[in-house]
Structures are given as structure tokens and as C-alpha cells.
Design a protein. Structure first.
Length: 285
């Protein structure tokens, strides 16, 4: 498998790495290139889900760019225009994804006449957030694979609400005490290590990253996929298919697909996921 290792510098000076695979045949899909965006703590080189999806897209004549955001891996040191900077999933601010995706979309544009943006987990939220807030980041299609519902009100009203609220208040308290960079472990909505400021920003009552509030603002067609198993087992996905379907009734550019038997990483059902994505793309062209 021949790949090109590529690099971009964001408009705020952060260098990011990625991997590009050019298709060897004419595209049979309405996109000529796809940008694949990893989830929390992931990277362009670590996703077996993207291994499978990327292979399917290449076979259909779609070139594939797999990218790092500044939230790649748990902790990392980024090269920036002003020197090294501590980043990674534990330290990132989700809002900065706008800069990351702008750089990658600009890089990919000469390689495909129509670009599809594909994100998994937090990467799916980042795709929707960036496009909703910066319409100039024009792509033709967005595929949001299992975006978590980052909703303070939803979490507080869930059976796990008291435990979530206790963790959130602990993060907010450390921030107010002048320790925004303090690291601590959380269990909800997923076990993780994160800074106090990062946790408060991501899960606060402002709900900046609640993708259900963003879908209607994305101008191009959007497919949201969700796993049957993850919706049963995690409060960040519980009830999400019905919530997206309700939005789709008001915004015809939005569609939702539930994959039977799928956990968050679509273990054992990746062919079904790829097939749903392919069918949706063909149906919207």
C-alpha cells in the first residue's frame, strides 16, 4: 500500500500530520476525495475503523486523506510557530478544530473536485461544529459516524446525572480556583484524563458542542450513523437516533442511519456501515 505522509500548518501556527492515498481509478461516488477525522485520543495512524472505511472508499475511486487534529493521542507536543506546545486530547479545546479542518480541507481541495468530510466520535462533532460556524469551509457531503451528544442538560437528566454533575462541578471548581490546566480522571460520559478547563468547556451548560443544535446550520447533505449497541449502553448516544430523525423532518439535508449490532467502533459490522454510507452517497447525488 503506497501512501504519502503529508503535513499542514494551521492558520494559528500548529503543524499537523496526515496520510494521503490517491485513488487509482475513476470515482464511482459523488465525491472524489474524503477527509477522515479521528475521535478523542485517536490519530490518523491508529483507527482500524478508518482502515476498513478507507479501503472501501479507495475501491470506489475516492482518494482518502486521514488526518490528525491537535487533539490526537492522549497527550502530545505540537510544533508551532512560537515553539513547542502541549496538546493532545487531554489538553485540547474543541473550538480549535475550526483551524485544523480549514487547513486540511485547503490541502485536499486540489486532489478532488468534490470533498466528503468523514468524522468518527468527537471527530464527527468537530466536522459539524466547524462547518456550522465557518460556512466558508465548503465540502460536498458530511458523514458523522457516532457523534456523542455533548449536552449538559441531557446528561444531568440521565440516570447517571448525579455522578456526571459531581465530576463537572469538580472540573469547574478547579478552573475557578486558578488551576485550569490541572489534570484529573473522569468516568462520564467516558473514562478519560482531561484538564479541568477542557472538561468544563466540552460539557458545560452552554452546550457549545451539542451537535443536535448544529445540524440545521450545515448547508451540505449530512448523514449521521449510530450504533444500536452504543445507544443502549452509553448516555451520550441514548435516544440519539430519534433526536436526529426529528431534526431531519425539519431539515431535509440531514439523514440518520442506525446500524444493527454496532458498538461505538462498529466491531464486526464495518461492512454494513460502509454499505450504508455508499448507498446514502449514491442516493443524494
Amino acid at each position: 500500500m503506497l501512501v504519502d505522509l503529508v503535513q499542514v500548518t494551521t492558520r494559528d501556527g500548529v503543524k499537523l500530520d496526515g496520510m494521503y492515498q490517491a485513488a487509482t481509478q475513476k470515482p464511482t461516488l459523488p465525491i472524489g476525495a474524503a477527509c477522515l477525522v479521528h475521535g478523542t485520543g485517536g490519530s490518523f495512524y491508529s483507527s482500524t475503523l478508518f482502515d476498513a472505511l478507507g479501503e472501501r472508499l479507495l475501491g470506489l475511486g475516492c482518494s482518502v486523506l486521514r488526518v490528525n487534529t491537535r487533539g490526537h493521542d492522549l497527550m502530545s507536543t505540537a510544533v508551532t510557530s512560537t515553539g513547542g506546545r502541549r496538546l493532545g486530547a487531554a489538553y485540547e479545546l474543541v473550538d480549535d478544530c475550526r483551524h485544523d479542518l480549514a487547513a486540511w480541507i485547503d490541502w485536499l481541495r486540489p486532489h478532488g473536485p468534490r470533498i466528503g468530510l468523514v468524522g468518527h466520535s468527537l471527530g464527527a462533532v468537530k466536522c459539524l461544529y466547524a462547518l456550522a460556524h465557518e460556512p466558508s469551509l465548503q465540502v460536498s457531503y458530511v458523514i458523522a459516524i457516532s457523534p456523542p451528544r455533548l449536552s449538559y442538560s441531557w446528561f444531568c437528566a440521565s440516570p447517571e446525572g448525579p455522578a456526571f454533575l459531581e465530576e463537572y462541578q469538580r472540573a469547574e471548581g478547579r478552573t475557578q480556583q486558578g488551576e485550569p490546566a490541572a489534570l484529573f480522571e473522569v468516568k462520564l460520559p467516558l473514562p478519560f484524563v482531561v484538564t479541568a478547563a477542557g472538561h468544563a468547556e466540552k460539557y458545560g451548560p452552554e452546550e457549545r458542542y451539542n451537535y443536535l443544535r448544529l445540524l440545521g446550520s450545515v448547508r451540505c447533505p449530512v448523514l449521521v450513523t449510530l450504533g444500536e449497541v452504543e445507544m443502549a449502553n452509553n448516555m451520550a448516544f441514548r435516544g440519539a437516533a430519534d433526536a436526529v430523525a426529528e431534526i431531519a423532518r425539519r431539515h431535509p439535508q440531514v439523514a440518520v442511519s442506525t446500524i444493527a449490532g454496532a458498538d461505538h467502533f462498529y466491531t464486526g459490522v464495518r461492512a454494513e456501515l460502509s454499505g450504508q454510507i455508499e448507498a446514502w452517497l449514491r442516493g443524494t447525488s
